[in-house]
Design a protein. Structure first.
Length: 262
Protein backbone atom coordinates (compact mmCIF):
# COMPACT_ATOMS: atom_id res chain seq x y z
CA UNK A 1 0.00 0.00 0.00
CA UNK A 2 1.56 3.26 -1.14
CA UNK A 3 0.51 6.75 -0.12
CA UNK A 4 1.69 9.74 -2.11
CA UNK A 5 1.84 13.05 -0.27
CA UNK A 6 1.71 16.09 -2.56
CA UNK A 7 3.48 18.54 -0.28
CA UNK A 8 2.84 22.17 -1.06
CA UNK A 9 4.87 23.40 1.87
CA UNK A 10 8.47 24.41 1.15
CA UNK A 11 9.50 23.27 4.63
CA UNK A 12 9.30 20.23 6.86
CA UNK A 13 7.17 21.92 9.43
CA UNK A 14 3.46 22.06 10.26
CA UNK A 15 1.92 20.46 7.15
CA UNK A 16 4.63 17.80 7.19
CA UNK A 17 4.14 17.12 10.90
CA UNK A 18 0.40 16.58 10.46
CA UNK A 19 1.10 14.16 7.60
CA UNK A 20 3.54 12.30 9.84
CA UNK A 21 0.81 11.92 12.45
CA UNK A 22 -1.41 10.40 9.74
CA UNK A 23 1.45 8.13 8.70
CA UNK A 24 2.09 6.96 12.26
CA UNK A 25 -1.60 6.17 12.76
CA UNK A 26 -1.82 4.20 9.53
CA UNK A 27 1.39 2.27 10.12
CA UNK A 28 -0.11 0.90 13.31
CA UNK A 29 -2.55 -0.97 11.07
CA UNK A 30 -0.17 -2.23 8.40
CA UNK A 31 3.16 -1.80 6.64
CA UNK A 32 2.44 1.25 4.51
CA UNK A 33 4.88 3.22 2.38
CA UNK A 34 4.60 7.01 2.44
CA UNK A 35 6.31 9.04 -0.26
CA UNK A 36 6.59 12.78 0.33
CA UNK A 37 6.94 14.81 -2.86
CA UNK A 38 7.98 18.40 -2.20
CA UNK A 39 6.56 20.19 -5.20
CA UNK A 40 8.97 23.13 -4.83
CA UNK A 41 11.86 20.74 -5.53
CA UNK A 42 10.46 19.64 -8.88
CA UNK A 43 11.15 21.31 -12.19
CA UNK A 44 7.58 22.33 -13.05
CA UNK A 45 7.21 25.25 -15.43
CA UNK A 46 4.24 27.63 -15.60
CA UNK A 47 1.37 26.73 -17.90
CA UNK A 48 1.64 28.60 -21.21
CA UNK A 49 -2.10 28.63 -21.86
CA UNK A 50 -1.78 27.01 -25.30
CA UNK A 51 -4.76 24.68 -24.56
CA UNK A 52 -3.15 21.81 -26.49
CA UNK A 53 -3.77 19.46 -23.57
CA UNK A 54 -7.47 20.29 -23.80
CA UNK A 55 -7.96 20.03 -27.55
CA UNK A 56 -5.35 17.47 -28.65
CA UNK A 57 -4.30 15.66 -25.47
CA UNK A 58 -1.81 16.02 -22.63
CA UNK A 59 0.93 14.36 -24.67
CA UNK A 60 0.96 17.43 -26.92
CA UNK A 61 2.05 19.76 -24.11
CA UNK A 62 5.16 21.57 -25.40
CA UNK A 63 6.74 21.76 -21.94
CA UNK A 64 9.19 19.01 -21.06
CA UNK A 65 9.81 18.98 -17.33
CA UNK A 66 9.08 16.81 -14.27
CA UNK A 67 5.29 16.87 -14.61
CA UNK A 68 5.02 13.57 -16.45
CA UNK A 69 6.98 11.73 -13.75
CA UNK A 70 4.87 13.34 -11.05
CA UNK A 71 1.66 12.30 -12.77
CA UNK A 72 2.91 8.71 -13.04
CA UNK A 73 3.43 8.69 -9.27
CA UNK A 74 -0.06 10.08 -8.73
CA UNK A 75 -1.63 7.43 -10.98
CA UNK A 76 0.26 4.54 -9.35
CA UNK A 77 -0.41 5.60 -5.74
CA UNK A 78 -3.07 3.75 -3.74
CA UNK A 79 -4.03 6.94 -1.97
CA UNK A 80 -3.18 10.63 -2.18
CA UNK A 81 -2.78 13.33 0.45
CA UNK A 82 -3.06 16.94 -0.71
CA UNK A 83 -1.16 19.02 1.87
CA UNK A 84 -0.56 22.75 1.89
CA UNK A 85 -0.15 25.63 4.31
CA UNK A 86 -2.19 28.78 3.72
CA UNK A 87 -0.28 31.40 1.73
CA UNK A 88 -2.24 34.64 1.19
CA UNK A 89 -5.57 32.79 1.57
CA UNK A 90 -4.58 30.18 -1.04
CA UNK A 91 -2.42 27.11 -1.56
CA UNK A 92 1.28 27.68 -2.17
CA UNK A 93 2.53 28.79 -5.58
CA UNK A 94 4.34 25.51 -6.24
CA UNK A 95 1.12 23.56 -5.62
CA UNK A 96 -0.98 25.91 -7.74
CA UNK A 97 1.46 25.54 -10.62
CA UNK A 98 1.06 21.75 -10.57
CA UNK A 99 -2.73 21.94 -10.50
CA UNK A 100 -2.73 24.38 -13.41
CA UNK A 101 -0.51 22.09 -15.47
CA UNK A 102 -2.78 19.14 -14.68
CA UNK A 103 -5.96 21.09 -15.40
CA UNK A 104 -6.89 18.65 -18.17
CA UNK A 105 -7.73 16.18 -15.38
CA UNK A 106 -10.81 18.30 -14.70
CA UNK A 107 -11.85 17.57 -18.29
CA UNK A 108 -10.80 13.92 -18.40
CA UNK A 109 -10.69 12.56 -14.80
CA UNK A 110 -8.11 9.82 -14.42
CA UNK A 111 -8.18 9.25 -10.65
CA UNK A 112 -11.72 7.94 -10.33
CA UNK A 113 -12.33 6.19 -6.97
CA UNK A 114 -8.79 6.83 -5.68
CA UNK A 115 -9.01 7.69 -1.94
CA UNK A 116 -7.72 11.12 -0.96
CA UNK A 117 -7.28 13.37 2.06
CA UNK A 118 -6.68 17.12 2.20
CA UNK A 119 -4.59 18.72 4.93
CA UNK A 120 -4.44 22.47 5.41
CA UNK A 121 -2.41 24.27 8.06
CA UNK A 122 -2.48 27.94 8.91
CA UNK A 123 -1.05 30.40 11.38
CA UNK A 124 -4.34 32.23 11.65
CA UNK A 125 -6.94 32.15 8.85
CA UNK A 126 -7.75 31.25 5.27
CA UNK A 127 -8.07 27.52 5.95
CA UNK A 128 -11.70 27.35 4.81
CA UNK A 129 -10.91 28.84 1.40
CA UNK A 130 -7.89 26.57 0.84
CA UNK A 131 -9.76 23.47 1.99
CA UNK A 132 -12.59 24.30 -0.41
CA UNK A 133 -10.14 24.66 -3.30
CA UNK A 134 -8.34 21.39 -2.56
CA UNK A 135 -11.69 19.62 -2.21
CA UNK A 136 -12.72 20.90 -5.62
CA UNK A 137 -9.40 19.72 -7.07
CA UNK A 138 -9.54 16.24 -5.56
CA UNK A 139 -13.16 15.69 -6.60
CA UNK A 140 -12.54 17.28 -10.00
CA UNK A 141 -9.79 14.75 -10.66
CA UNK A 142 -12.23 11.97 -9.73
CA UNK A 143 -10.85 11.09 -6.30
CA UNK A 144 -12.97 9.81 -3.43
CA UNK A 145 -12.37 12.49 -0.82
CA UNK A 146 -12.34 10.72 2.54
CA UNK A 147 -11.95 13.86 4.60
CA UNK A 148 -10.41 17.28 5.10
CA UNK A 149 -8.22 18.26 8.04
CA UNK A 150 -7.77 21.91 9.01
CA UNK A 151 -5.13 22.80 11.58
CA UNK A 152 -4.55 26.21 13.17
CA UNK A 153 -0.91 25.53 13.95
CA UNK A 154 -0.34 27.66 17.09
CA UNK A 155 -3.46 26.26 18.72
CA UNK A 156 -2.60 22.66 17.84
CA UNK A 157 1.16 22.27 18.13
CA UNK A 158 1.38 24.50 21.20
CA UNK A 159 -2.05 23.71 22.57
CA UNK A 160 -0.99 20.74 24.62
CA UNK A 161 1.55 22.57 26.77
CA UNK A 162 0.63 26.25 26.39
CA UNK A 163 -1.89 27.71 28.83
CA UNK A 164 -2.91 30.32 26.24
CA UNK A 165 -4.65 27.65 24.19
CA UNK A 166 -7.36 25.27 25.26
CA UNK A 167 -6.57 21.61 25.66
CA UNK A 168 -9.88 20.68 24.04
CA UNK A 169 -8.74 22.20 20.72
CA UNK A 170 -5.68 19.95 20.69
CA UNK A 171 -7.77 16.93 21.69
CA UNK A 172 -10.41 17.65 19.04
CA UNK A 173 -7.87 17.88 16.22
CA UNK A 174 -5.95 14.84 17.45
CA UNK A 175 -9.16 12.81 17.40
CA UNK A 176 -9.97 14.08 13.91
CA UNK A 177 -6.53 13.04 12.66
CA UNK A 178 -6.91 9.56 14.15
CA UNK A 179 -10.39 9.07 12.71
CA UNK A 180 -9.51 10.28 9.21
CA UNK A 181 -6.35 8.16 9.18
CA UNK A 182 -8.44 5.10 10.02
CA UNK A 183 -11.08 5.93 7.41
CA UNK A 184 -8.38 6.58 4.81
CA UNK A 185 -6.71 3.26 5.54
CA UNK A 186 -10.01 1.34 5.40
CA UNK A 187 -10.98 2.98 2.11
CA UNK A 188 -7.71 1.92 0.51
CA UNK A 189 -7.66 -1.55 2.05
CA UNK A 190 -11.24 -2.46 1.18
CA UNK A 191 -11.07 -1.02 -2.34
CA UNK A 192 -14.81 -0.43 -1.95
CA UNK A 193 -16.54 2.00 -4.28
CA UNK A 194 -18.05 4.76 -2.16
CA UNK A 195 -21.45 6.24 -2.80
CA UNK A 196 -21.05 9.89 -3.87
CA UNK A 197 -22.47 12.83 -1.94
CA UNK A 198 -24.38 15.76 -3.39
CA UNK A 199 -21.16 17.68 -4.00
CA UNK A 200 -19.57 14.82 -5.95
CA UNK A 201 -22.70 14.37 -8.06
CA UNK A 202 -22.80 18.11 -8.74
CA UNK A 203 -19.14 18.09 -9.81
CA UNK A 204 -19.66 15.05 -12.03
CA UNK A 205 -22.46 16.73 -13.96
CA UNK A 206 -20.61 20.03 -14.25
CA UNK A 207 -17.48 18.34 -15.55
CA UNK A 208 -19.49 16.33 -18.06
CA UNK A 209 -20.56 19.62 -19.66
CA UNK A 210 -16.99 19.91 -21.02
CA UNK A 211 -17.98 17.28 -23.58
CA UNK A 212 -20.23 19.85 -25.28
CA UNK A 213 -17.25 21.94 -26.38
CA UNK A 214 -14.48 19.36 -26.80
CA UNK A 215 -14.48 16.37 -29.14
CA UNK A 216 -11.55 14.92 -27.22
CA UNK A 217 -13.42 15.14 -23.93
CA UNK A 218 -16.54 13.69 -25.56
CA UNK A 219 -14.64 10.65 -26.86
CA UNK A 220 -13.01 10.14 -23.45
CA UNK A 221 -16.30 10.26 -21.55
CA UNK A 222 -17.96 8.09 -24.19
CA UNK A 223 -15.21 5.45 -23.87
CA UNK A 224 -15.79 5.38 -20.10
CA UNK A 225 -19.55 5.07 -20.45
CA UNK A 226 -20.14 8.29 -18.50
CA UNK A 227 -22.15 10.31 -21.02
CA UNK A 228 -25.53 9.06 -19.78
CA UNK A 229 -24.59 7.67 -16.38
CA UNK A 230 -25.53 8.94 -12.93
CA UNK A 231 -21.93 8.80 -11.74
CA UNK A 232 -18.49 7.48 -12.69
CA UNK A 233 -19.30 3.97 -11.57
CA UNK A 234 -22.30 1.82 -10.74
CA UNK A 235 -22.98 2.10 -7.04
CA UNK A 236 -26.06 2.43 -4.85
CA UNK A 237 -27.26 6.05 -4.91
CA UNK A 238 -30.37 7.27 -3.15
CA UNK A 239 -33.40 8.38 -5.13
CA UNK A 240 -32.99 11.94 -3.84
CA UNK A 241 -29.39 12.12 -5.05
CA UNK A 242 -30.32 10.63 -8.42
CA UNK A 243 -33.05 13.22 -8.79
CA UNK A 244 -30.58 15.93 -7.81
CA UNK A 245 -28.09 14.77 -10.46
CA UNK A 246 -30.83 14.50 -13.08
CA UNK A 247 -31.95 18.06 -12.33
CA UNK A 248 -28.42 19.49 -12.51
CA UNK A 249 -27.84 17.72 -15.82
CA UNK A 250 -31.11 19.07 -17.26
CA UNK A 251 -30.29 22.61 -16.17
CA UNK A 252 -26.84 22.42 -17.78
CA UNK A 253 -28.29 21.05 -21.04
CA UNK A 254 -30.93 23.80 -21.15
CA UNK A 255 -28.30 26.47 -20.52
CA UNK A 256 -26.11 25.04 -23.30
CA UNK A 257 -28.99 24.96 -25.79
CA UNK A 258 -29.84 28.57 -24.97
CA UNK A 259 -26.22 29.64 -25.43
CA UNK A 260 -25.91 27.90 -28.79
CA UNK A 261 -29.11 29.55 -30.07
CA UNK A 262 -27.87 33.06 -29.29
Amino acid sequence: MKILVLMGSPRKKDSYNVCKLIEDEMKEESNIEFEYVYLKNLNIEDCRGCSLCFHKGEDYCPIKDDLKKLKEKIIKADGIIFASPVYACQITGSFKRVIERLSYLFHRPQLVSKPALTIVTTQGGGQKEVTKYLKMTACGWGCNLIGSIEIVSPMFFKGKDNKLFKQKHFDKNSKSIRNFAKDFYEAIKSDKLLSPGFYEIYMFNCLRSKTYTSKLDYKYWESKGWLDSTYYYDVKISTVKRLFGFTINKIIKCMWKRMTRE
